[in-house]
Design a protein. Sequence first.
Length: 407
Amino acid sequence: MSGEFLTELGRLLGDDTAGTATDRVFLGRGAGAAGEVYTVVPAIGKARLLVPHGDRRAAGAAIRHTSAPRSAKDRLRQRVLAGVFSTGLGSRTLGDLVFRDRLAVQAQPSLAEHLSGLLGQRVRLSVRFGPPRANRKPVLQLIDDRAHTVAYAKMAVNELTSTLIAAEHRALRLLADRDLVPARVPDVLHFGKWAGAELLVVGALPVSLEAPPDGLTPLSLAAMRSIAQVQGVTRGTYAGSTYAARLAAQVDALGDRPTAVLMRRALAACADAEIGFGCWHGDWNGGNMSVRDGELLLWDFERFTPDVPVGYDPLHFELHEAVAVRHTDPVVAARSVAERAAELLAPLGVDAEVANEVAALYFIEIGSRYLGDGLDNLGRPMGRVDEWINGAFAGLGGRWASLVGDN
């Protein structure tokens, strides 16, 4: 995490439209009393979270509700960190003493004040962000005076994140008031601009603090069916679908690199496959869902897309969880998902006869997306598309494996 990103974030938090960032954003150790002050966790060079400085209840709530830990080690780390920020005297927290870096913004009105006006109540902000990647953006947690999370907000920082936030707004509006049982999605509270950037505010779902179930379950598969069928399911050949042109264009944008050539050959092999087309979430994984009282709470719809082959969501879930949670090598993970394609797709009604074609199209979809977003240049495991897509096609066997041999 660079200081430049945090300084730009400070500008957005303070709506620094009238002056330069250096005039109204402070980043470093120690901060003046004026303005809004955030504690940087753990430090400027590797920041992952900003929490309200000097507010034990809000800071503790921010830590506890940042995400549902996926492992016992992560759960312990989160509990300890929440305890550190919840402990202290007066307005000082132990966390403010342990973590010394600060981000302070001075502006009237600030983003926190703007959001307070939108919601009709005072809120404090906590901000989280992931590791460097093309779609990295600040996600804001809005915390009320009772230390309850009442909403979340996303802000755009570049052209890609502007596109994604607008897409999520469209998706949530489409899904609003639809019968998604057993799935439940956030309500849109506001969509507009702040400091020239897209701003989306959604209501907080009553998520469980427990980690989601490991692996696909009857509940998650039922929710995936609901999302897939929300606009109905149509059947036809891949070549005759509108999706074919969209995916071909996505691959063509990669040029003539060997992986793109392999993808084009695989697309040609799918031309006559008769498959069902519906919707998919676009990034369904354990970090975007929670289970509570028989409902599957689901969020982060930036990549939601209609008119795609039914079955992408369970394939993506399995691949993501294997690599991101179980730390399986992506080549091994992709091959395993490919070998189990018929099994994974059957609960969504995909015929075994076309399971390999649907899986091949999914691997091309996600691989070309990752390469188009530059994930291969960021050192992330799934960015190794040139390697794992060969494993995926090998796992499909038959003519798909022969494509790899010809590459």
